[in-house]
Design a protein around this ligand. Structure first.
Ligand code: SF4
Ligand code: SF4
Length: 223
């Protein structure tokens, strides 16, 4: 690990991050800023007790906790960006919950899951959930893009699901195809179908909630 990476990881953890990794994306996902081809991936672990309130349906407690986790991640990403700038680099914090607007609601500047995968922090399961090596699906993610020469310290996990199809069999929305996981969860999971199911059945709780079934049935989840 380089001295800069060590410094950034210590800083992120002191601010509340539970995991922090690094990768070289090869190209910048921001076309106006082509030098931002490296990234820091940060994650915060969700509360076990709050996740236990999800049982076949989302809960208000989970929804509020999810928003609090996003706010913490955004703060950490903002402060990490300041640290990178102080070290002489460009830095671009990407919010934990991102969207490119109503025509592209399920895409952001960059996929946090892809960045976390390339940083070796875990893999995207057939459920489309990011499954952290340390915490399973109990992790929310954010990213800082930068021109600092960061390199992954861990190998990418190619296929953590094997032949399991428990989440596909259990999903009430038919949103999980059960195909081999990739580093991009969008390809084996239909976010629109999942979201539509949530809106139809749990409209009062709000966007960002999950019914929780794919979390509960996953043997990789450390609940
Ligand atoms: S949150 Fe529920 S509806 Fe959405 S993918 Fe998971 S199991 Fe399916
Ligand atoms: S339930 Fe099985 S197939 Fe689905 S994400 Fe977890 S390990 Fe992968």
């Amino acid at each position: 690990m380089t001295a800069l990476q060590e410094q950034l990881k210590l800083f992120a953890k002191a601010q509340g991050a539970d995991v922090c990794g690094f990768c070289d994306l090869g190209v910048s996902p921001v076309k106006e800023l082509p030098t931002l081809s490296h990234a820091v991936s940060i994650g915060v672990k969700l509360s076990d007790a709050v996740l236990a309130t999800i049982d076949g349906a989302p809960s208000f407690t989970y929804f509020q906790h999810y928003r609090a986790a996003n706010a913490l991640l955004d703060q950490i990403a903002f402060r990490l960006s300041r640290e990178l700038e102080k070290a002489g680099y460009q830095a671009f914090p990407v919010a934990a919950s991102q969207s490119l607007g109503k025509h592209n609601p399920y895409r952001g500047v960059v996929s946090h899951k892809t960045v976390a995968c390339l940083s070796g922090l875990g893999f995207v399961g057939k459920s489309g959930l990011f499954l952290s090596s340390e915490y399973g699906s109990k992790l929310r993610l954010a990213t800082v893009l930068t021109n600092a020469p960061l390199e992954s310290e861990l190998p990418v996990i190619q296929n953590g699901c094997g032949d399991c199809t428990l989440c596909k069999n259990a999903c009430p929305a038919g949103a999980i195809y059960g195909e081999k996981p990739t580093t991009d969860g969008q390809r084996n999971f239909d976010a629109e179908k999942c979201s539509r199911y949530m809106k139809e059945h749990f409209q009062d709780i709000g966007r960002g909630s999950v019914c929780g079934i794919c979390i509960k049935v996953c043997p990789k989840n450390k609940l």
